[in-house]
Design a protein around this ligand. Structure first.
Ligand code: 6PG
Length: 264
């Protein structure tokens, strides 16, 4: 695991966009396609905006990219709370990803039907030994309560190990409560997971996610530990403001600042 702390949001989003371009091209060179899972929320939107514009736009292998969602709120795609809708308007409608390679959760379906439909969509691109694809990159956010995807505190005990997607009910920040989410098993099979965490309101949750103490039931972001993949946290200095200066328990920490000394 590594943690990259940025003084400026511009730098954070530029570094994240550069990482996406690198991972996408590496995936296409190695396997002929790039399997990307997006999260909702406000944090990834500036990244999506960058990817839709030069120079990143022209450096991404859009024709070989498949887009999935880590989670979705069960609302129509044109609802402003739809994760698909947000990604569509900021990113996907501006880039040449073939429409059939956009694998959205049907937001207007009932929960069980949405799970079923999305599981089938995932199964169609399953990796050997799994009922779902090994994502090349999963982009994740962090809630102020420690959730990620739609894996919420107090609701992680019955998550299946052998299924990629479940329906959940969870209130957070006035957002739609009926949701569908990838399971930790599906997320953790990824080759790369990147958390984007920005702002003071995330400082406490980030500290709890990165330091021993809280359990995974209290801070579900701690469930994300890809055993055969990499995990990187891109955080801004506000979100990092409560982290102490010691390296995180099990990883590399780097301060991305002209003044800061990168240290292990
Ligand atoms: C969702 C998300 C969710 C999100 C966090 C952070 O659909 O709600 O995927 O896990 O990433 O709630 O949201 P913000 O980026 O808006 O803080």
């Amino acid at each position: 695991m590594s943690i990259r702390i940025f003084d400026a949001l511009e730098e954070l989003y530029e570094a994240a966009a550069t990482a996406v371009v690198r991972l996408a091209n590496d995936a296409v060179a190695a396997r002929g396609r790039f399997l990307l899972a997006l999260s909702g929320g406000g944090t990834p939107l500036p990244l999506f905006g960058r990817l839709a514009q030069p120079p990143h736009l022209g450096k991404l292998p859009w024709e070989q990219t498949h887009v999935f969602w880590v989670d979705e709120r069960l609302v129509p795609p044109d609802d402003e709370e739809s994760n698909f809708g947000q990604a569509w308007s900021v990113l996907l409608r501006h880039v040449p990803v073939p429409r059939e390679q956009i694998h959205a959760v049907p937001g207007t379906a009932a929960p069980a039907a949405a799970v079923d439909a999305y599981a089938k969509e995932l199964a169609a691109l399953a990796s050997p030994g799994l009922d779902w694809p090994r994502f090349d990159l999963v982009l994740l956010g962090l809630g102020a309560d420690g959730h990620t995807g739609s894996l919420f505190p107090g609701a992680t005990q019955d998550l299946p190990e052998d299924a990629p997607v479940v329906a959940v009910q969870a209130g957070y920040g006035g957002r739609p409560a009926s949701r569908v989410t990838l399971t930790p098993a599906a997320i953790n099979s990824a080759r790369e997971a990147i958390f984007l965490v920005v702002g003071k309101s995330k400082a406490q949750a980030l500290t709890r996610a990165l330091t021993p103490g809280a359990g995974t039931g209290e801070v579900p972001a701690r469930l994300i530990r890809p055993p055969n993949g990499s995990l990187t946290w891109f955080v801004d200095k506000e979100a990092a403001s409560l982290l102490d200066d010691r390296p995180a328990a099990s990883g590399h920490r780097q301060r991305n600042s002209p003044k800061g000394d990168p240290h292990d």
